[in-house]
Design a protein around this ligand. Sequence first.
Ligand SMILES: [Zn+2]
Length: 242
Amino acid sequence: MSTETHQIIVNNLVVDVVRKDIKNLHLAVYPPNGRVRVAAPLRVDDEAVRLAVISRIAWIKRQQARFEGQERQSAREYVSGESHYYQGKRYLLNVIYHNAPPKVVLRNNTYMDLIARTGSDTAKRERVMIEWYRKQLKSAIPPLIAKWEFKIGVEVLDWRVKKMKTKWGTCNIEQHRIWLNLELAKKSSRCLEFIIVHEMVHLLERLHNDHFIVLMDQFMPQWRLLRDELNQAPLAYETWEY
Ligand SMILES: [Zn+2]
């Protein structure tokens, strides 16, 4: 009897499937990011699991929307004492009001000093942080793309960073352009590298099929660990389509 988990994609939804010696099929959606897991009896094949998931898709979407709503409620206010993440590490935010150009400075491996203009509101403080994250991420990306262009043998003609609700990255194959989620600035650099590799492998294989998996295994054998790290780390409410 195998209790190994594997994954299937149903309507762009990643579903963890585990087979067990049980009578009924169990479907659950887990916080914080709405991971979908099915425990299926040994005799139930993937096609039957797929149909079961499709029949409950409205319920799954409702659960996922609920988790996302909870995440929004605990939205950051950018005040001292909050936890904020950078490159996979937690920092304590320390807001300093000062009449000087705003900036963010990491200190003692512990503090994230946000220097903001006197009287700036939450939206302004947030903007300073977002621009800082964007700048850091944008400087981390080019060397990784260059490294993997060489290793994979493909060319990225353009790359961009933007906020995305549901994906870590996307690839426009015709334009050889990749988009990366700004949230990746908060994740470890190995996770950023994994997403870059994933999107670049799409230049060889459009679909998330067996060939794609073979290529990922070849270029980045530890990619499953990185995927799990990305989707389980704090602040990750995004789901990712594979
Ligand atoms: Zn993909």
